[in-house]
Design a protein around this ligand. Structure first.
Ligand SMILES: Nc1ncnc2c1ncn2[C@@H]1O[C@H](COP(=O)(O)OP(=O)(O)OP(=O)(O)O)[C@@H](O)[C@H]1O
Ligand SMILES: [Mg+2]
Length: 276
């Protein structure tokens, strides 16, 4: 783009400027969207991740389970650039080396992360939370100056529909139930149309009905995007799982369908046998 075209773009306040968007394409020619190989992370000599290998196909809904301290959150921390690893490799598609990028760059590539505790802006409306999230992903200048264009407004309404919060659109986020806050936060990730979503313990603290709606939501998201969910609630995992990966002491202990996992003696011994 020429300098004159940049200048013309800068005068517009109604759009997110194209030079702030990450145009990097993701090569999924081998159907794999996430490669994690030989990953090691230690904290003061303690191996939180130990030679971990994980491959996730594009469009999958993958469940990650394992006892407390197995390394599930640490794995998400490395994928999203929050934690540095000691060795190993993490690729997004065939070509994008995530270990060379920082948290902001990884988010810009289309990897969204949801932590366990909802972090919505309680004093803002549901709509405003989605608007802020849409713009903040595009850079500080865009957040300050850009007005929503029609396409972005449509996107927010689409997301409200997807997460089931259309009626709560102008409610303050602080007045939502715990489950609704979790859905809003998933919506805040969806506005920027991520390719890969990492969701840590989404149904902790939810009612059975909220949990069921969350299962439907996550199932509806997979396919067009890839979703990795960490969860301890086995009933929930059973209701959404296609492939389940079990982590134990920082490594993959087993991987397969829910039935295969539930009948795997090693998994029963170290995890499912604990009354889960
Ligand atoms: N920043 C850190 N500093 C020191 N130790 C850490 C740090 N983060 C994680 N750990 C340790 O690494 C191990 C793996 O933790 P992690 O949070 O990844 O487990 P998890 O599988 O997510 O467990 P949970 O199911 O309880 O959330 C734990 O023993 C934890 O105490
Ligand atoms: Mg965790």
């Amino acid at each position: 783009m020429s300098i004159l075209q940049y200048a013309a773009e800068l005068k517009r306040r109604d759009q997110v400027w194209s030079f702030m968007q990450d145009p990097t394409p993701i090569d999924i020619s081998h159907q794999v969207i996430l490669y994690v190989e030989g990953l090691n992370v230690s904290f003061d000599g303690f191996k939180a991740l130990n030679n971990l290998n994980l491959y996730v196909n594009d469009g999958e809904l993958r469940c990650l389970i394992g006892a407390n301290g197995a390394g599930k959150t640490t794995l998400m921390d490395v994928i999203t650039g929050k934690t540095q690893c000691d060795s190993g490799s993490v690729y997004f598609g065939q070509t994008l080396n995530l270990l060379e990028r920082d948290e902001a760059q990884i988010a810009q590539l289309g990897i969204g992360r949801k932590f366990q505790k909802p972090t919505v802006f309680e004093a803002q409306t549901v709509f405003d939370n989605l608007e802020l999230s849409l713009k903040s992903n595009k850079g500080v200048l865009a957040t300050l100056f850009a007005k929503l264009n029609a396409e972005q407004t449509d996107r927010i309404y689409q997301v409200l529909e997807t997460v089931g919060l259309k009626q709560q659109c102008f409610m303050l986020a602080g007045a939502l139930s715990h489950g609704q806050k979790q859905w809003l936060e998933i919506g805040m990730l969806l506005v920027s149309d991520p390719r890969l979503l990492l969701i840590d313990e989404p149904v902790a603290g939810m009612t059975a009905e909220e949990s069921e709606r969350t299962a439907q939501l996550l199932i509806s998201l997979a396919g067009q995007r890839t979703v990795i969910v960490v969860e301890h609630d086995m009933e929930f995992v059973r209701s959404i799982a296609r492939t389940v990966t079990v982590l134990h002491q920082g490594s993959v202990l087993a991987e397969g369908s829910m039935d295969e996992i539930q009948n795997n003696q090693a998994v029963i011994d170290v995890y499912l046998g604990e009354g889960q």
